[in-house]
Design a protein around this ligand. Structure first.
Ligand code: SIN
Ligand code: MN
Length: 319
């Protein structure tokens, strides 16, 4: 009897029973610690959680044909605030890992996951690491981690390049079994220096490039205008934009760039460059904090790891 009486009206005193009947699993999950839940429920929840972090067939297909996949609003405002506060603190520091524009404003903070708690958690976040493991088919390590500021008014250009072109030539990475996953810490619009992609350009292998040590403060292997025009005629030129919390996964062979930001709006993006553990770098010419030498597989943390940081900090302060 679910509270529907003979004349088909619902007895309001039975409504809580109806609720419990339909939602007993959810209620149990909230009240009981995960590890003491019955095995059948645990299993179902683990599958749901895993499914949430898996790319669909369609997304994998898009990554393969276009060279990227855009996942809007993957992280909450609360999670983004934790990461943004940390980035502001890092940019204000005098660390050697923070590279600056000629104006002195921060351009990029390398290796923040090695000296900042919030970013160390993001570096092992299941929402980022698991889909990359899925695409690269196995365990991955962190080749590079950077928080690119693209500051309001002063954020400078990134010339046209392929990341694998740099990792291969400078760090001796054997194969393009590595890729980027980017998380927007600000809303990215047409106005504030969005990334520009040449879709399908990842199908051309490593493209000839020249070593640009002049245009910006960061040396890069860049493509000439003729090549960029040809690739753009073939696959187009696009700017993926979206709200803070959005994620883009893109191939390490995809040709990309970004224009200067003369808007009054900052455009911070975090990049995790992840590489298959069997494909680690072989040359150690660049600083360890630019091209990492820790090839151990990343163990993904819990999905709630960023939110829990406030509780963690409070506990540490109380000790
Ligand atoms: C990059 O290509 O590595 C960075 C580009 C950007 O953040 O605009
Ligand atoms: Mn790049």
């Amino acid at each position: 009897d679910l509270g529907v009486s003979e004349n088909n009206s619902i007895n309001i005193f039975s409504l809580p029973m109806v609720f419990i009947y339909y939602y007993w699993e959810n209620i149990l999950t909230c009240m009981v610690p995960f590890n003491v839940l019955p095995q059948s429920i645990r299993c179902r929840l683990e599958n749901i959680e895993e499914a949430r972090m898996k790319l669909t067939e369609e997304q994998i297909q898009q990554f393969d044909t276009e060279g990227y996949v855009f996942l809007p609003s993957c992280f909450s405002k609360e999670e983004i605030a934790v990461l943004n506060d940390a980035a502001t603190e890092i940019y204000a520091s005098k660390r050697k890992e923070v590279w600056r524009e000629s104006s002195g404003i921060a351009r990029t903070a390398f290796a923040a996951h090695t000296y900042n708690e919030a970013h160390s958690r993001l570096a092992a976040h299941p929402r980022l690491v698991n889909p990359v493991k899925q695409i690269l088919k196995g365990n991955v390590y962190m080749h590079q981690y950077k928080i690119n500021a693209k500051a309001a008014f002063d954020g400078d250009v990134w010339q046209w390049h392929q990341d694998f072109g740099v990792w291969h030539r400078d760090d001796g990475m054997p194969e393009p079994r590595a890729m980027n996953i980017a998380l927007f810490l600000d809303d990215v619009t047409a106005a504030n220096g969005p990334l520009l992609f040449l879709p399908k350009s990842h199908k051309h292998g490593v493209i000839d490039a020249g070593h640009d040590v002049k245009t910006t403060s960061y040396p890069l292997w860049t493509l000439d205008r003729e090549t960029v025009t040809k690739l753009s005629n073939q696959g187009g030129c696009i700017a993926p934009t979206g709200p803070a919390g959005s994620v883009i996964m893109f191939s390490s062979l995809l040709v990309h760039a970004s224009p200067p930001n003369i808007s009054p709006l900052p455009r911070t993006i975090v990049y995790l460059s992840l590489c298959h553990v069997d494909n680690h770098i072989t040359l150690h010419k660049r600083e360890e904090w630019i091209a990492h030498r820790d090839f151990r597989p990343i163990e993904p943390l819990e999905d709630t790891c960023l939110i829990k940081i406030n509780t963690h900090d409070a506990n540490v302060a109380a000790e």
